[in-house]
Structure formats: structure tokens, C-alpha cells
Write a protein that binds this ligand. Structure first.
Ligand code: BG6
Length: 301
């Protein structure tokens, strides 16, 4: 019996949840319920597709994503953990942490009484993890697929020392044309502008896009809205346990250099990341748990 057959035997839900193989020998869970369709990779516990029934797809995935074990996929909801951006002291460690590059253990897949589908994953506590992160931690991702998509990342410090925790739900949203959208909910917030020479600035009005944008908004409230004039519904992001919001679009040159964006792919996406980054990194004391969660849904305007 191969891995897919074993997974199907243990977790498959006839007509609702099946497993498929992606290139690179990577397994993906396909969910097709009465409420939505979704795809979730075991590597990174990464959502790579989500569409509520009768609505447009919410999540962007590059058609030039590379599916290689140990490399993160461009698009979906990569989970950045346990640091955000480059590692504070060791440039050899991967940007945004290692959680998005390793295969997570699926612990549970079930249909809830209201037809939502819930998946629970644990980050394996193996030698590879210990080599990159010396703080014993138990980490669980819960993904709930219904008319909304909910992703929750729970970290518990199970060691005897406190540690700093940086993290993000690095979600790529699909938009019709990034030059026409706006993001509400960040007006008046201070942010670190990471394009060119880093600077601290303050947002005035909604966020719009005319060039490369890479910002960590600090001490943000829990909700943001992406307004896309081509549709009559806006996308509402509601986060808990998140003090920062990262807004990113690589624009033309950077997208070209990255090599996994299709031509003009940058126009069709925007990342709005519910995070704890930079000044907002969380300090987790022994025994303490922190839950970062976000809910994504379309709302009428
Ligand atoms: C964003 C960062 O969160 O992720 C950007 O703010 C970075 O600086 C982007 O370029 C993509 O990162 P990666 O590692 O997935 O290419």
C-alpha cells in the first residue's frame, strides 16, 4: 500500500475528501463539500486553493509554482513559523522559518455537523526541527473549510525557557488587477516600509498599489477588507492573536527575478498577512500557548 492509499484509508471521506499526488511526490488533500472546494498540501499544511460554492476563488496560486519537497510553493497560505523574514542572527536559515517546507502530520480530518470540513495538522518534532529551533514547542494548524476559510496556528511552549515567536499566515489573495484594488482597515497605522532603504511611515487612507509594496503594519486591529471594483463583494480578513499585518506585492522586476511568477502574475495577487513580526514578535513563556488565527470571507458591499 502506498502513502496515498494509507492516507485515504485513514482520513478519506467518500465524496468529500480525497488525496492526490502533486509533482515532487507531494500529497494534496482535495476537499469538495456542499459549501466549498479547497486543496491543502501536507507539506507546510499549506492551503493552495479555496473557493466557496458559487463564488470566485479567493486564493491565488502561481501557475509557475515549483512542486519540490523541501521548497515552499508560491501562492496559497504559506505558514511562516517560528520567525518572520530573515532569521535574526543566522542568514543560513531559511527566510520565514522552516514550517512551510516540511511535511506536517495530518491528525484528523472530519466533516462538522454544519458540513464544514476540518483538518488538523501537527508539526513533526523531529531532528530536522530541533536542528533549526532549539525551543521545545508543540505546533498545531487547524483549517476549517466552509463558506469561510479559517486557518489557526497554535504554538505552545513545552520547554523550560521563554522564546521569541515570529509568525505569519502569508496568504496570497486572488484579485482582478492589483492596480485597481484597495485595502481598508490600516488607516493611521505605523508601518515599516521594506522597499529600498527601510523606513517607518504612517498609513493615510486605504492602501493602493502603484509599485513594489512590502510593509509590516504594526499594532494593527483585527480586520482588513480588500475591495476589488470588478466584483460586488469585498474580501474580509478577520484575525485574532495577530498584532501585525504584512502587505506585499513584488511588482514587475522582483516577480521576474523570483522565477516562479507567471508573466503579469503580480497583477493578479496581493498578500495580506496576519502576523506577529518585527516589533510585534510574541514572547512565549514556558507553558504558555499563543493562537494566531484568520478567517477569510466574501461579503456584500
Ligand atoms: C513577504 C515579505 O512577507 O514575503 C517579503 O515581506 C518577501 O519581503 C515575501 O519577499 C516573499 O517571501 P518568499 O520567501 O516566499 O519569497
Amino acid at each position: 500500500m502506498n502513502d496515498l492509499e494509507q492516507l485515504t484509508r485513514r482520513f478519506g471521506i467518500p465524496g468529500v475528501l480525497r488525496f492526490e499526488q502533486l509533482p515532487g511526490n507531494l500529497a494534496v488533500i482535495r476537499v469538495e463539500s456542499a459549501l466549498a472546494t479547497a486543496s491543502v498540501m501536507l507539506q507546510g499544511a499549506q492551503v493552495i486553493g479555496y473557493q466557496p460554492r458559487g463564488e470566485r476563488p479567493l486564493i491565488w496560486l502561481s501557475s509557475r509554482s515549483r512542486y519540490v519537497a523541501g521548497k515552499s510553493v508560491r501562492g496559497g497560505v504559506p505558514i511562516c513559523w517560528p520567525w518572520f523574514g530573515p532569521h535574526a542572527t543566522d542568514p543560513a536559515l531559511p527566510a520565514h522559518g522552516f514550517a512551510r517546507m516540511v511535511e506536517w502530520h495530518l491528525r484528523q480530518a472530519l466533516t462538522l455537523p454544519d458540513d464544514r470540513v476540518r483538518l488538523e495538522f501537527d508539526l513533526p518534532q523531529d531532528a530536522a526541527m530541533r536542528a533549526q529551533w532549539r525551543y521545545p514547542s508543540s505546533v498545531r494548524v487547524t483549517i476549517t473549510i466552509g463558506r469561510e476559510l479559517e486557518v489557526s496556528l497554535a504554538t505552545k511552549n513545552v520547554g523550560s525557557e521563554g522564546f521569541p515567536l515570529g509568525q505569519a499566515l502569508h496568504t496570497y489573495f486572488q484579485v482582478s488587477d492589483v492596480r485597481c484594488i484597495s485595502i481598508r482597515g490600516l488607516d493611521g497605522c505605523a508601518y515599516l516600509d521594506k522597499v529600498g532603504i527601510s523606513a517607518r511611515r504612517r498609513q493615510q487612507g486605504p492602501v493602493t498599489f502603484t509599485q513594489e509594496t512590502d510593509r509590516i503594519y504594526l499594532d494593527t486591529g483585527g480586520a482588513c477588507e480588500i475591495l476589488d471594483p470588478s466584483t460586488d463583494r469585498s474580501l474580509l480578513i478577520t484575525a485574532t492573536g495577530s498584532r501585525s499585518t504584512v502587505v506585499w506585492n513584488p511588482w514587475i522586476e522582483k516577480a521576474e527575478k523570483m522565477g516562479d511568477f507567471e508573466v503579469d502574475g503580480y497583477l493578479r495577487m496581493v498578500c495580506v498577512e496576519s502576523a506577529n513580526a518585527a516589533d510585534d514578535t510574541v514572547n512565549l513563556a514556558p507553558g504558555q500557548e499563543h493562537v494566531l488565527a484568520a478567517q477569510y470571507r466574501l461579503v456584500g458591499r
